[in-house]
Ligand binder design. Structure first.
Ligand code: GLN
Length: 456
């Protein structure tokens, strides 16, 4: 813990930790020492970790990287961060992210962007650690902590993990409690671990999972011992390669990475089969209707009364002006764009044309996966991202759609509620990490982790 705290102070330039909690860390580390001495060490005893700023942590600022939550210190702890603390994990502080988890580069954060510890060849230009869990990715990759929590609504664990060469898993929707995690799009949001390798992911995921009566969508299922399932034996497993993920203009390096990954799994005894997920091309548009729709509803609670920051109002201003000023000043551009898009697609005149249609598309996407799994496929292999990490400021605000394209391989998994994992798969010609994604059957994270283990 002390080594991590020193490393964090020396790495301020990465802007990964936005609230440091050294006192809490030392206190918990001492408690962990005592438990180890007493021979009562739970699974994560004494392991220093970072917590994404989206998780409510009792008495510690939890701002979702938004100005509107300035000064908010929750009275309660999220279920997931509580489970980690109960298992002996030591919280070092809160990690940077895109505002309300909306983004793919960590550039929408009120704290300014987190920076990747990686560089492109000899070029000094700062690169994005991805988003929205960019601080988590940067911190784990730079050894500021041994692991971190992330959340994934449309790829926010898997894309940043791929950009910095670490492992990240989004479990099946309902595996982890969402209670106490600031809501973005409730039917898509899931928490998950971001770690250095698959074994760590298995251990941490087991700690984070489990039924919680405080989240009505949390599954009442036993949590397996994921670590014990890491045998590395994948003989006879059927791995599907979906043809629709072979996009026009896909960089040759990504093609090669994908082929190499398939060859590795084949060498380990898996059978590689070509599959089709015909509705893939509608996933991104459906996601960017559904996610903003749910966000516009979830974010209605930030009104300057119940949480965080309230704008100064003038003489004669009433409550409407207070709401307007608070929300205009408190939400950043991307968040405002999502609220506007979401409100529009939910409005009486357009509900059927956009929101309902997107929901139907979502059902078809889910069915594509169900059909493939019913035909005997055990896991699906795809690239995690369409490119390696990019320079900060390279994909500007002027073209939000360009940024949304980052999520092309990851959003299908959230729409279908499936587990997906990103594992490091080597470096590109400029020395930047690339990731491969494996998508698994619902509730079969153990098998998915084991297949990922074979790719490591
Ligand atoms: N980049 C996606 C978005 O901006 C995904 C975000 C996420 O998974 N939290 O919506």
């Amino acid at each position: 813990t002390e080594a991590c705290l020193t490393a964090i102070d020396a790495a301020d330039a990465l802007n990964a930790f936005v609230h440091k909690t050294p006192e809490i860390a030392i206190e918990r580390a001492k408690a962990a020492d005592a438990r180890i001495k007493a021979g009562d060490a739970p699974s994560m005893c004494g392991l220093p970790i970072g917590i994404k700023d989206l998780f409510c942590t009792k008495g510690v600022p939890s701002q979702a990287a938004s100005k509107i939550l300035e000064g908010f210190k929750p009275e309660y702890e999220s279920t997931v961060s509580q489970q980690l603390a109960d298992a002996g994990a030591v919280m070092l502080g809160k990690l940077n992210m895109d505002e309300f988890a909306m983004g793919s580069s960590n550039e929408t954060s009120v704290y300014g962007n987190a920076v990747s510890p990686w560089r492109r060849g000899n070029d000094d230009a700062q690169l994005t650690p991805g988003g929205s869990s960019g601080g988590s990715a940067s911190a784990v990759s730079a050894d500021l902590c041994l692991a971190a929590t992330g959340t994934d609504t449309g790829g926010s664990i898997r894309q940043p993990a791929a950009f910095v060469g670490i492992t990240g898993i989004k479990p099946t929707y309902g595996r982890c409690s969402r209670w106490g995690i600031v809501a973005f799009a409730s039917s898509l949001d899931q928490a998950g671990p971001m770690t250095k390798n698959v074994r760590d992911a298995a251990i941490m995921l087991e700690t984070m999972c489990g039924h919680d009566t405080k989240d009505s969508t949390s599954a009442e299922l036993a949590v397996p011992n994921f670590e014990a399932m890491l045998t590395g034996d994948i003989k006879g497993k059927k791995i599907g390669i979906p043809k629709e993920y072979r996009m026009d203009g896909m960089p040759a390096e990504i093609e090669k990475l994908w082929a190499d990954g398939a060859a590795m799994l084949k060498d380990a005894g898996a059978e590689i089969v070509d599959i089709s997920l015909p509705h893939t091309k509608y996933a991104l548009p459906a996601y960017y209707v559904i996610a903003p729709a749910e966000a516009s509803s979830n974010l209605a609670r930030y009104d300057g009364v119940r949480y965080g920051r309230r704008a100064q109002i003038g003489q004669g201003d009433g409550i409407t002006e207070m709401y307007e000023k608070t929300r205009a000043e408190g939400f950043g551009h991307e968040v405002q764009r999502r609220v506007m898009v979401g409100t529009y697609v939910l409005s009486a005149g357009f509900y059927d044309a956009y929101y309902n249609r997107a929901r139907k598309v979502r059902t078809l996407i889910k069915k594509d996966f169900e059909d493939v799994f019913a035909a005997g496929v055990d896991a699906i292999l795809t690239p995690a991202t369409p490119s390696a990490s990019f320079g900060l400021g390279e994909m500007t605000e002027a073209d939000p759609v360009q940024m949304y394209l980052n999520d092309v391989f990851t959003v299908t998994v959230n729409l279908a509620g499936l587990p997906g994992i990103s594992v490091p798969a080597g470096l590109d010609s400029q020395g930047l990490p690339l990731g491969l994604q494996l998508i698994g059957r619902p509730w079969d994270e153990g098998d998915l982790l084991n297949t990922a283990y074979a790719l490591e």
